[in-house]
Ligand binder design. Structure first.
Ligand code: ATP
Ligand code: MG
Length: 351
C-alpha cells in the first residue's frame, strides 16, 4: 500500500518538476528538412525532459492565401509527421491550434496590447508581405501583419518557461516577451515571461537553390527544399541540382561557399559528425562525392520516418490524438484566458 502511494507521489513530483515548453509549426507546406533538423528533432528529446505542448498552427497558415483542400491535407500530414518523426502523444500534448478557441481570443486581446511600430519592425512580415504584394499594400492580408500577436497568444496562454525556436523566429519571441512584460507591469503579474531555447548549434538549413537564404517549406521553388515526404528519386535529384560553386573544393565557409557549406552542415547534423571530421573525410574528393554522401545520409534518415508515416496516416488514430490533445490544452488555456479577461475588466460576473 505504502509503495503505491510512494509511486503516485513520486510521479506527481516528477510532473511538477518538469518545466513547461510550447511550440508549433505552420502547415503552410509540407514539413521541410529545415523544420525537422531545426526544431522537430529536438522536440523528440524535449518530450522526455519537459512538459511539452506542440500544436499544428493552422490559424497561422491562413495568413497567406491557402487552398482549403490542400490546407486540410497539409494539416493532417503535419500532425502525422510529428508523430512519425518521434513525438509520442503519450508523453506530450499534440493538438490543432484552431481546436482551442482561446488562441484566437487571446490573440485579439494581444493586438490591443502591441503597437503598429513593433509589428512593422518584424523582418518576417517584411519578407512575406513583399511576396504577397506587387508593390502596394492593398493585397497584403491584415493577419500577416498581426501574426506575431497570435504567436504571442499561442505561447502566453500556457505560461511556458521555455519556447524552442529557430533563429528566424527569435524576433517574434522577443515581441512575445515584450508584450508579457508590458502586461505584467500594467496588470500585475499576468504572464510567465518565456525564455527562448535556440536550436543546439543555432542550426539554419539553407535553400538549395539560393543558399544565402533559409530553406522554407512555403518556398515556391520545389527544387529549393527537401521535404520529409519527398521520394528517394526527388531527394536524389534535388541534391544533385543543389547550387554549389565552380571551385570543386570541399571547404566549410558559409560566407564565400554557402552552397557547399550548407550540404556539409546537413551531413554533419544528420550523421552527428563534426565539420572538422567532415573536412578529413572529404579531403581530395569532389562535389559529386559530397552530394552522393549527403543523399545517402538523407535517405537513411527519411525512409524510416516515411514508413512510420504511412502507418499513422490510416484510420482514426490522428483524430483521437488531436481530440485528446485539445482537451488537455483547453483546460490550461481556458483558465489563463479567464484570468486575462478578468484582469482587463472584460468580465465582471465571472471569477
Ligand atoms: P514558412 O515558409 O511557412 O514560414 P518555415 O519553413 O519557415 O515555413 P515555420 O512553420 O515558420 O517553418 O517554422 C517552424 C519551425 O521551424 C520554427 O521554429 C523555425 O525556426 C524552424 N525552421 C524553419 N526553417 C528552418 C531552417 N531552414 N533551418 C532551421 N530551422 C528552421
Ligand atoms: Mg517561417
Amino acid at each position: 500500500m505504502f509503495d503505491i502511494i510512494d509511486i503516485v507521489k513520486k510521479r506527481r513530483i516528477n510532473k511538477m518538476e518538469k518545466q513547461r515548453m510550447v511550440t508549433g509549426i505552420t502547415p503552410s507546406g509540407s514539413m521541410s528538412l529545415g523544420n525537422y533538423l531545426g526544431v522537430v528533432k529536438n522536440l523528440v528529446e524535449y518530450q522526455n525532459e519537459y512538459e511539452l505542448f506542440v500544436f499544428v498552427a493552422n490559424l497561422h497558415a491562413i495568413t497567406i492565401p491557402q487552398d482549403s483542400t490542400s490546407l486540410k491535407s497539409k494539416t493532417k500530414e503535419m500532425t502525422a509527421l510529428y508523430i512519425a518523426c518521434g513525438l509520442d502523444p503519450e508523453k506530450m500534448t499534440l493538438f490543432l491550434q484552431s481546436d482551442v478557441f482561446e488562441h484566437a481570443q487571446l490573440g485579439w486581446i494581444l493586438t490591443t496590447q502591441s503597437t503598429m511600430g513593433e509589428l512593422s519592425r518584424m523582418t518576417q512580415f517584411k519578407d512575406k508581405s513583399s511576396k504577397q504584394s506587387e508593390g502596394d499594400n492593398i493585397s497584403i492580408p491584415t493577419g500577416l501583419f498581426t501574426y506575431p500577436c497570435l504567436m504571442a497568444a499561442d505561447i502566453l496562454l500556457y505560461d511556458p518557461k521555455f519556447v524552442p525556436v529557430g533563429v528566424d523566429q527569435k524576433q517574434h519571441l522577443e515581441l512575445s516577451r515584450d508584450i508579457a512584460i508590458r502586461m505584467n507591469n500594467k496588470y500585475d503579474e499576468m504572464h510567465v515571461v518565456p525564455e527562448p531555447i535556440l536550436t543546439k548549434g543555432n542550426i539554419k538549413i539553407m535553400d538549395l537553390q539560393d543558399p544565402t537564404k533559409k530553406m522554407s517549406k512555403s518556398s515556391d521553388n520545389p527544387k529549393a527544399v527537401i521535404k520529409m515526404l519527398d521520394t528517394p528519386a526527388e531527394i536524389t535529384s534535388k541534391i544533385k541540382a543543389a547550387v554549389t560553386d565552380s571551385e570543386n573544393l570541399i571547404k566549410y565557409d558559409p560566407i564565400n561557399k554557402p552552397g557547399v557549406s550548407n550540404l556539409m552542415n546537413i551531413y554533419s547534423i544528420i550523421k552527428n559528425v563534426s565539420i572538422d571530421d567532415c573536412h578529413k573525410m572529404w579531403e581530395g574528393k569532389n562535389y559529386k562525392d559530397l552530394k552522393d554522401d549527403v543523399t545517402q545520409a538523407l535517405l537513411e534518415l527519411i525512409i524510416p520516418i516515411q514508413e512510420k508515416y504511412s502507418e499513422i496516416i490510416k484510420g482514426d488514430y490522428l483524430k483521437e490524438v488531436l481530440e485528446k490533445g485539445a482537451l488537455k490544452a483547453k483546460k490550461i488555456a481556458h483558465k489563463k484566458l479567464n484570468k486575462v479577461q478578468n484582469k482587463l475588466g472584460i468580465n465582471w460576473y465571472r471569477k
